[in-house]
Design a protein around this ligand. Structure first.
Ligand SMILES: C[S@@+](CC[C@H](N)C(=O)[O-])C[C@H]1O[C@@H](n2cnc3c(N)ncnc32)[C@H](O)[C@@H]1O
Length: 240
């Protein structure tokens, strides 16, 4: 698996690639991560990659030539080109899961006022990290890269992300570590019982409770199991 980030600011990713889990994943060659400064591909005699907006308007737009030439130079048959864009599909965990099967992901970071519209003809998908506008695509590319890399085989233990929020369509249940009593706030007894089935049931119910209280939208299209329906009824009754 390889991630290539096309950016005008490769240094932006220095701390990302040299810290903690991501650093280890790169060192252990679970993922190849590279940043390519597409300014190196400009044919402009002043080295520019942007230009004024046709029809007028504030700011500058990224021009087609440097980006398209850069894409042509690095793309292979297995590459998927992803434009980071507030106009794209909003990123969800299910999309991240789908993307980990790609061999080579190219993340295209915009800047200034964004991209010349015609660049969209050279990309496979557009991804947004939320309904707000960032100064550049780097934060978005970093977010997507992080979400991807942690799911690659061997980067973190499979069990660590199996129960993560969104993985099974619910928010994760509450978790605790020592001390057992912190300022009078106690870890629930069931988690100290060693009774695996009771712990599983408690976690499922609390996961449903969190989701019900914080993200009802996640439950709308969920096919609830019998057990989940029972817990949800209990939760609603407890809530009243
Ligand atoms: C200032 S924004 C351009 C916004 C553009 N004028 C618009 O309104 O759609 C510059 C760049 O930041 C990136 N960006 C901004 N917000 C983003 C978001 N929510 N998700 C992904 N990328 C984003 C994109 O690469 C974009 O081209």
């Amino acid at each position: 698996m390889k991630i290539s980030v096309l950016t005008l600011f490769p240094e932006f990713f220095d701390s990302f690639t040299s810290t903690s889990i991501i650093k280890r994943a790169i060192e252990q060659e679970r993922v190849t991560f590279e940043c390519i400064d597409f300014r190196a591909y400009t044919k402009d005699k002043h080295n520019n990659v942007d230009d004024t907006i046709c029809g007028g308007g504030a700011g500058m737009l990224l021009a087609c030539q440097p980006i398209v030439d850069c894409l042509r130079a690095i793309k292979t048959d297995s590459s998927v080109v992803v434009m980071m864009s507030p106009q794209g599909e909003t990123l969800q965990q299910a999309k991240v899961r789908e993307m980990i099967s790609y061999d080579h992901i190219i993340l295209l970071c915009g800047h200034y006022e964004g991209f010349d519209e015609r660049i969209r003809d050279y990309v496979d998908m557009e991804i947004s990290i939320g309904d707000y506008v960032l100064t550049g695509g780097e934060v978005a590319a970093l977010t997507l890269s992080d979400a991807l890399i942690r799911l690659y085989d061997g980067v973190i233990a499979k069990q660590s992300h199996e129960d993560d929020s969104f993985e099974n369509g619910l928010l994760e249940y509450p978790q605790y570590t020592r001390p057992i009593d912190f300022e009078g706030k106690k870890v629930p007894d069931v988690l100290l019982s060693g009774h695996h089935e009771n712990i599983r049931q408690w976690r499922l119910k609390e996961s449903l409770r969190k989701t019900y209280l914080r993200r009802k939208d996640l439950l709308v299209n969920r096919q609830l199991t019998k057990e989940e329906s029972k817990f949800l009824i209990e939760i609603k009754n407890e809530d009243n």
